[in-house]
Design a protein around this ligand. Structure first.
Ligand SMILES: CCCCC/C=C\C/C=C\C/C=C\C/C=C\C/C=C\C=C\C(=O)SCCNC(=O)CCNC(=O)[C@H](O)C(C)(C)COP(=O)(O)OP(=O)(O)OC[C@H]1O[C@@H](n2cnc3c(N)ncnc32)[C@H](O)[C@@H]1OP(=O)(O)O
Ligand SMILES: Cc1cc2nc3c(=O)[nH]c(=O)nc-3n(C[C@H](O)[C@H](O)[C@H](O)COP(=O)(O)OP(=O)(O)OC[C@H]3O[C@@H](n4cnc5c(N)ncnc54)[C@H](O)[C@@H]3O)c2cc1C
Length: 615
């Protein structure tokens, strides 16, 4: 007999003014895609051994990792078995696009995540056809497990400063990989410590003493039978982190480790047997894996944010607290306009990120297809847009997930709510795949170049075209969507122009271009993300905004129900569909090992002698 659904949630669902299933279908890309996703989730989540008897928060650091590897093997096999052979690649991608299936199994991510998220994309994007054929066969069948090893103890942002060397030896037709300093050790790659046995290493290539830039190499670092580190390889785990504690982030040092010439991934640049270096058409093509992942992250943020606001909105419909009017009983906290203000922006942002992710993915696919034909024209714009959207969506998602947590009071601080873990996952994305400030400055670099082109009369690409609109500064605001967009474009233009004026002022004062750039960098970051509108219009928009909050209020639970996250994926005492929050909080509390006995042994060992003055 299914548990009784909380009365308030029942009322909320009755009040909803739209068809929830229709919105779910829209988000999935159609009714069939919803059906495929649900079928995949049903199949995989019915697999034995996927869920923890003891909540993983009560395991040691080492037990958490070992348990995660156990689940990763079960989960991976279940996913493979659940794949419908009749489905097209596109249908399969649609079924997983919105599915957070892995989140039902790993609260803190899988030790296999880098294999799928970066090792395979790096092979697909950096290997030549022959290499791709060989390595994809082994990697896609999980005969080998890989990661992406770029960041070092001493360098993450500045790729051209990476210290790991790959020196070509034409006599043996090998590369010698070496970590000349402690800071050259690869540091951070997920799965590197104890899980993977191969990695794509980004290293500084030298031939006959000449630098040939940063190149990708596929390197085996553990024996495939014994899993022992190979000779000349130093390996380990980097330690406990804010989150990602089952991703097995590690360090790796090379001591004159030799690999065959065909281990350099040679799609873009090549090294011939005699050591001849054939340059890439564009040295930044080596950075291609990061562009791909930045695009994936935008969609990932949409899904994680949707999960957090689902938990917080359902909890806010169930939780009653304080007094809005005397003798009217305690209201649902969702009736406080401040609570609506905190949470509804999160719902809207998740939808906005989903649509943006779809647009960016299409742009990525078009530019990648052009690259295959040797047309690199739109690569700089893709890079600039991917940098900006990755930085903006991860920053906003981190803020909005934290706001979802704090809007749930003390219970939001419980690990059993899952909000702290979701925050740990999303806030990491502000750093990995390019720290956000650094990426925003890359976008700013493109904006400044585009404004200079606009001012010299050149045509701009569609995404930068607002920089050539000589919009009158006396733009009449109206609060139609069109009016608001025009306002944003006008202000965005002004921000770029102001940053550029600032740089020119510094150059006139005698600073070099680099120092002028650095002095203006706060404005440059703002130009990439920040837009604001003039005072008089704030009031008009504020009224519109508050009116909108009231319109959304009766549909809030319906809007988060439409994300269609099953309870295992929410993994939350506060967000379950039935709203039985208090029973679930107590059920989870009783799983704490400390509740196994009424008096803990520390009383007899320490407390009692201490309180009796005997310690
Ligand atoms: C793992 C699953 C987690 C799930 C968690 C849940 C939610 C999250 C949701 C989704 C997650 C999905 C996947 C997650 C996957 C992985 C996460 C885990 C692992 C993380 C891995 C990593 O972090 S890998 C390492 C990432 N590191 C970086 O990104 C380094 C950043 N630095 C750089 O990119 C560069 O150093 C630089 C761009 C800042 C500067 O480069 P440099 O060579 O010095 O260039 P210059 O500044 O001198 O010149 C710039 C010119 O070059 C052009 N350009 C730069 N980059 C590119 C590029 N990539 N493509 C094309 N063009 C580029 C730029 O346009 C300039 O051109 P102009 O000179 O013409 O102006
Ligand atoms: C959870 C997690 C997982 C990761 N997984 C991987 C992985 O699998 N593989 C991998 O290779 N790496 C991985 N990384 C590493 C990640 O890519 C780096 O942490 C990131 O690139 C930032 O580099 P850094 O940590 O060396 O910081 P730094 O580059 O030292 O930057 C530190 C700070 O300096 C400032 N700064 C630096 N450069 C500039 C600039 N040009 N302009 C203005 N300010 C600047 C910024 O404030 C920045 O936050 C992971 C990181 C995390 C947190």
């Amino acid at each position: 007999m299914s548990a009784k659904v909380n009365d308030d949630l029942l009322t909320e669902r009755r009040k909803c003014e739209f068809n929830v299933e229709e919105l779910t279908n829209y988000l999935d890309g159609g009714a069939q895609a919803t059906q495929n996703r649900r079928k995949l989730e049903d199949k995989v989540l019915s697999t034995k051994g996927l869920f923890d008897e003891v909540p993983e928060e009560y395991l040691s650091h080492k037990e958490k990792y070992e348990n995660a590897v156990r689940k990763a093997v079960v989960y991976y096999k279940a996913m493979k078995e659940a794949e419908d052979p009749n489905q097209t690649e596109q249908e399969r991608a649609n079924a997983t696009y919105r599915s957070l299936l892995h989140a039902a199994v790993f609260k803190d991510n899988s030790p296999f995540s880098l294999h799928l998220a970066m090792f395979i994309p790096a092979i697909l994007g950096q290997a030549d056809e022959e290499q791709k054929k060989y390595w994809m066969k082994r990697a896609s069948k999980m005969e080998i497990i890989g990661t992406y090893a770029q960041t070092e103890l001493g360098h993450g942002t500045f790729i051209r400063g990476l210290e790991t060397t790959a020196t070509y030896d034409p006599k043996t037709e090998e590369f010698v990989l070496h970590s000349p300093t402690l800071t050259a050790y690869k540091w951070w790659p997920g799965s590197l410590a104890h899980t993977a046995n191969y990695c794509v290493v980004m290293a500084h290539l030298y031939i006959n003493g000449k630098s040939c830039g940063i190149q990708p190499f596929i390197v085996q670092f553990r024996d495939e039978e014994t899993h022992q580190p190979l000779p000349g390889i130093k390996l380990g785990e980097i330690g406990a982190k804010l989150g990602f504690n089952t991703v097995n982030n590690g360090f790796l040092g090379f001591d004159q480790h030799r690999i065959p010439r065909n281990r350099m991934l040679m799609k873009n640049a090549q090294v011939l047997k005699d050591g001849t270096f054939k340059r890439s058409p564009n040295s930044k093509l080596t950075y291609g894996t990061m562009v791909y992942v930045r695009v994936v992250i935008v969609n990932g943020m949409a899904n994680q944010l949707a999960r957090a606001v689902t938990i917080a909105v359902r909890y806010s419909a169930v939780r009653r607290q304080s007094e809005l009017k005397p003798d009217a009983g305690e209201p649902q906290i969702l009736d406080y306009v401040t609570q609506q203000h905190k949470l509804f922006i999160g719902i809207a942002s998740s939808h906005a990120f989903t649509l943006t992710a779809k647009w960016l993915t299409r742009m990525y696919q078009k530019v990648t297809a052009d690259l295959e034909k040797g047309n690199l024209d739109e690569l700089p714009e893709l890079h600039a847009i991917a940098c900006c959207l990755k930085a903006v969506t991860t920053t906003d998602t981190s803020v909005l997930v934290e706001r979802s947590r704090t809007s749930c009071g003390g219970h939001g601080y419980m690990l059993s709510s899952n909000l702290p873990q979701i925050y740990g996952l999303v806030t990491a994305a502000c750093t990995y795949e390019g720290e956000n400030t650094v990426l925003m400055l890359q976008t700013a670099r493109s904006l400044v170049k585009a404004l200079e082109q606009a001012q010299s009369g050149k045509r701009l690409s569609p995404t930068m075209s607002y920089l050539s609109e000589k919009v009158s500064s006396r733009l009449k605001w109206d609060n139609s969507i069109d009016g608001i967009v025009k306002g944003f474009r006008r202000v965005a233009y002004g921000k770029v122009e102001s940053a550029m004026r600032s740089m020119r002022k510094y150059v006139r004062s005698g600073l070099g271009p680099e120092d002028a750039w650095n002095m203006s960098s706060v404005q440059l970051v703002a130009a990439s993300e920040y837009t604001s509108i003039s005072e008089a219009d704030i009031r008009q928009l504020q009224d519109t905004y508050e009116d909108l909050l009231g319109k959304i209020r009766p549909n809030a639970v319906g809007l988060v129900d439409a994300f269609d996250f099953r309870d295992q994926i929410l993994n939350s005492t506060l967000g379950a569909y039935d709203g039985r929050v208090y029973e679930r909080l107590m059920e989870e509390a009783l799983k704490s090992p400390l509740n196994a006995e009424p008096v803990n042994q520390s009383f007899h060992k320490y407390l009692k002698p201490f309180m009796q003055g005997k310690l």
